[in-house]
Design a protein around this ligand. Structure first.
Ligand code: SAH
Length: 211
């Protein structure tokens, strides 16, 4: 499939809706974030391996999370799970007058993604345990996890700005549901987006412990 056909299909399924998000999807080459031997499959709607046992999320997942996050142009965003860097590239363009901090615990992946993201001046790749958030840069208007969480880590809620939103896959190690947390008047409201998913597990202090 070509990029245009993929975007058309995501629109027809109602997963991509917002014009400026659609424009950013059309402008961002998923192929650039894949190992060379997989570039042919870049616009198939499927997750793909990116090394170190990790995957780049399927385009429909990136679409759903991006729509649900409602990124504004000035937002300060925290992403947990840089992976290939593709999703951070999408956020960087949507928050073109803001900034994106993306945390990855696998150093090799962080380094590779950092090179690919160098052209987006408002993205900072940080190596570390994103389950702890990034207290030195808090508060964030948007926090998005692209790895599975057993529960929403408390530090993320503390580091969320007033009026902010968290989107994260929360549940068991093999199946999760996408949840949305909003913060108003220092209170939070959590709701399920009713979207089953299967992300790679988050490690670290608030993550799944490896066997
Ligand atoms: N958003 C990515 C997909 C990420 S896959 C993309 O667009 O390609 C999930 C990533 O989360 C993996 O790279 C994994 O190494 C990372 N990860 C797992 N636990 C983590 C933690 N505690 N802190 C930061 N990153 C973590």
């Amino acid at each position: 499939m070509e990029k245009e056909a993929l975007v058309k299909s995501l629109k027809e399924q109602g997963l991509l809706q917002t014009p400026r998000i659609i424009r950013v999807f059309l402008k961002t080459e998923r192929a650039d974030f894949l190992p060379p031997e997989l570039r042919e499959s870049a616009y198939e709607d499927t997750p793909l391996p990116i090394g170190e046992g990790q995957t780049i999320s399927a385009p429909h997942m990136v679409a759903v999370m991006t729509e649900a996050l409602q990124v504004r142009v000035n937002d300060k965003i925290l992403e947990i799970g840089t992976g290939s860097g593709y999703q951070a590239a999408i956020f960087a363009q949507l928050a073109s007058k803001g900034v994106v901090f993306t945390v990855e615990n696998v150093e090799e992946l962080a380094r590779a993604a950092g090179k690919k993201l160098a052209r987006y001046k408002n993205v900072h790749v940080v190596v570390g345990d994103g389950s702890l958030g990034l207290p030195e840069q808090a508060p964030f208007n948007k926090i998005v996890a692209t790895c599975a969480c057993p529960a929403t880590p408390k530090p993320w809620i503390e580091q969320l700005a007033e009026g902010g939103r968290i989107i994260a896959p929360v549940g068991g190690p093999y199946e999760q549901d996408l949840i949305l947390i909003e913060k108003f008047n220092n209170k939070t409201r959590t709701q399920s987006l009713g979207f089953p998913c299967a992300f790679v597990q988050m490690r670290g202090e608030y993550g799944f412990q490896s066997l």
